[in-house]
Design a protein around this ligand. Structure first.
Ligand code: DQA
Length: 141
C-alpha cells in the first residue's frame, strides 16, 4: 500500500519560535519542531511535506497545489483573520487538524475566534510541539 502523505503548514511568525515570546510558545525552535515531526513520521511510516510562510497569499497558493491525504495546519495569527485561507482549505476538501502551540482559549478574547475550527477534524491547542505529534499520529491512522 502507498505511504500516506501528510502536509504540515506553519503560519506567520512561527519561524521565530524559540526566540518569540518564549513564556507563551516555549524555547523550541521551528527547526527543532520540524525534526520532531519528521522523526515521528519516520516511525509511523508516512511521507511528510512541511511548509512555513508569513504570507497569506503564499499559504493560499500552497494549499491549492497540495496533493496529500491529510493536513496539519497552525494558521497562527491567520487563524483569527483569514477567510481566504479558510476558503482554500474548504476548497480542496482535505481533512485537517488545527494545531496551536499555546492554549488560545486561555489568552486574549480575539484568539478564541477561529476561521478553521468548525471545519476541522479536531483542534489541538496548548500542548506545545506535542500537539503536532498527536495530530500526526491521528493522521497516520
Ligand atoms: C498560535 C496562536 C495564535 O493566536 C498566534 O497568533 C500565533 C501562534 C499558537 O500556535 O499558539 O502566532 O497559533
Amino acid at each position: 500500500m502507498a505511504k500516506k502523505q501528510i502536509s504540515i503548514i506553519h503560519g506567520p511568525n512561527l519561524n521565530l519560535l524559540g526566540q518569540r515570546e518564549p513564556e507563551v510558545y516555549g524555547k523550541t525552535s521551528l527547526a527543532e519542531i520540524n525534526e520532531l515531526i519528521q522523526g515521528e513520521a519516520n516511525k509511523l511510516n508516512v511521507t511528510l511535506d512541511i511548509f512555513q510562510s508569513n504570507s497569506e497569499a503564499e499559504i493560499v497558493n500552497h494549499i491549492h497545489q497540495l496533493k496529500a491525504d491529510f493536513m496539519i495546519i497552525n494558521p497562527a495569527a491567520f487563524t483569527h483573520t483569514s477567510v481566504a485561507i479558510r476558503d482554500a482549505v474548504a476548497g480542496i476538501k482535505m481533512p485537517f487538524i488545527e494545531v496551536h502551540i499555546s492554549n488560545v482559549f486561555a489568552r486574549e478574547t480575539f484568539r478564541k475566534e477561529s476561521f478553521f475550527s468548525d471545519i476541522a477534524v479536531a483542534v489541538i491547542s496548548g500542548l506545545g510541539a506535542e500537539g503536532y505529534l498527536a495530530a500526526l499520529r491521528f493522521a497516520a491512522k
